[in-house]
Design a protein around this ligand. Structure first.
Ligand code: URA
Length: 438
């Protein structure tokens, strides 16, 4: 292919704060995907974008160009007996510690008759991956063909499976480059990366769970708010009904972080119990997804209590070869840390808990690493709880006892206990952003 643009001119233009045209963006994304634009040129451009930003039109065009490099899924064949279309709803979380919400959420929403195509990823670093968690269930299979996804959506309603490599391949290449060039933390690049995959996936409604705090990508509120607004704008411009919740991630979600332990906690939620924060967020996100396809006036807590969401979970697991009744793997080693004093837990650092779970073997440092299904942490107390000196605080779970010391080190200084303090847990849902707000 003979270059129709000089990529160095485009890098200079962005470096100097100019706006790229649609034609320039289309050329650039295609030329990068086919190798005409070199990795070092794209990394310079990514850095220029990180420093200079992109306007709403550029971000939309950049996202569309990335979508156009791959396939688009199409769920329009999902219909009711009267021939009307069944609209699909999906959720994306920007990632947090103990964030197992997809596990109860997908079957919960499907239990109201709304198909949920939840194409997910694996964990890298301190946040866990949905597929890694579900692989703790005996026999469960992450990889489905597009035809299998469609069939399962039609029959069971909920699918959680690996996103195929055919969706937005330009993003796959660019994300790997950003990872090693210090250019991940650009709001336009994060927003276009996430939304290119979600729009290509072809869902009708989408709710974004944008995490903010110590255990999240976005450490401060204003950045998280801007990311949420940018993604809602991208989804809306692409015809996807999109809303976002900004949610607290200073503290881990629920009382477990890891793989099998998070599945177990999710099953508790599906059985009508579970930690209040996990239940609250699951119900709030479900309400957004249901409203996104026009189903208002239902209380998602109903199907958690009456067993319908659990039925949907069992059918979803079984459809992918899993045994919902099989016992979950147990760790070979457990080590409990105890409260050093009596008082109220006032802080539990989500990032430190995520690192501890990761060091215990729940996550991977490189894409090729295996995770341990039974590794993770159990939290016996959370901020707002009162503990007495010597009571269990955190239990570390692993198959490899050599990992315990490093996990314990990660937790040094991560938990504050204060005598006489009366701390209410922080508000979980900090803001809601819809198309009308941008
Ligand atoms: N997740 C993505 O898919 N892309 C990003 O850029 C960041 C998080």
């Amino acid at each position: 292919m003979s270059p129709s643009h000089d990529v160095v001119d485009l890098i200079r233009a962005k470096r100097d704060g100019d706006t790229l045209s649609q034609e320039q963006i289309d050329w650039l994304i295609n030329a990068y995907t086919d190798g005409t634009v070199a990795e070092e040129q794209m990394s310079a451009l990514a850095m220029a974008i990180l420093l200079r930003g992109m306007d709403r039109t550029e971000i939309r065009q950049w996202t569309a160009a990335m979508i156009a490099t791959g396939e688009r899924m199409n769920f329009s064949s999902l219909t009711r007996p009267d021939g009307s279309r069944r609209l699909t709803a999906d959720k994306h979380s920007t990632g947090g510690v103990g964030d197992k919400i997809t596990l109860p959420l997908a079957p919960l929403v499907a239990s109201y008759g709304v198909p949920v195509p939840q194409l997910s990823g694996r964990g890298l670093g301190h946040t866990g991956g949905t597929l890694d968690k579900l692989e703790a269930v005996r026999g469960w299979r992450a990889h489905l063909s597009n035809a299998e996804v469609l069939h399962q959506l039609d029959t069971v309603g909920a699918v959680i499976c690996a996103a195929g490599s055919g969706l937005a391949p330009a993003d796959k290449k660019l994300y790997a480059l950003r990872d090693v060039t210090g250019t991940v933390e650009s709001i336009p690049l994060i927003a276009s990366s996430i939304m290119s995959k979600k729009i290509a996936e072809g869902t009708d409604a989408l709710v974004l769970d944008v995490k903010v705090g110590a255990g999240a990508f976005m450490k401060n509120y204003d950045d998280a708010f801007e990311l949420a607004q940018t993604m809602v704008a991208l989804g809306t411009d692409a015809g996807v009904h999109t809303t976002a919740l900004l949610t607290e991630m200073d503290t881990p979600l629920g009382r477990t972080a890891g793989n099998a332990v998070e599945v177990q906690e999710s099953v508790e939620v599906l059985a009508g119990g579970g930690p209040t924060d996990v239940v609250e967020l699951t119900a709030a996100l479900a309400a957004e997804m249901l409203a996104g396809v026009g189903l208002t006036g239902v209380d998602p807590l109903d199907n958690l209590k009456n067993g319908k969401a659990m039925d949907s979970w069992r059918a979803m697991i079984a459809a992918q070869g899993g045994d919902p009744d099989a016992p979950l793997p147990e760790p070979r080693h457990q080590h409990t840390l105890h409260a050093p004093e009596t008082g109220t837990v006032t802080r539990m650092d989500a990032y430190a808990v995520g690192i501890a779970a990761w060091r215990l073997g729940a996550g991977r440092a490189r894409k090729e690493d295996q995770v341990q299904a039974a590794a993770g942490v159990r939290l016996h107390a959370k901020p707002g709880d009162t503990v007495t000196a010597g009571a269990p605080l955190v239990t570390l779970l692993t198959d490899d006892d050599q990992r315990i010391q490093r996990a314990e080190q990660a937790l040094a200084g991560a938990i504050d206990i204060s005598e006489g303090a009366d701390t209410a847990p922080a508000t979980l849902i900090k803001a809601r952003i819809a198309a009308a707000d941008i």
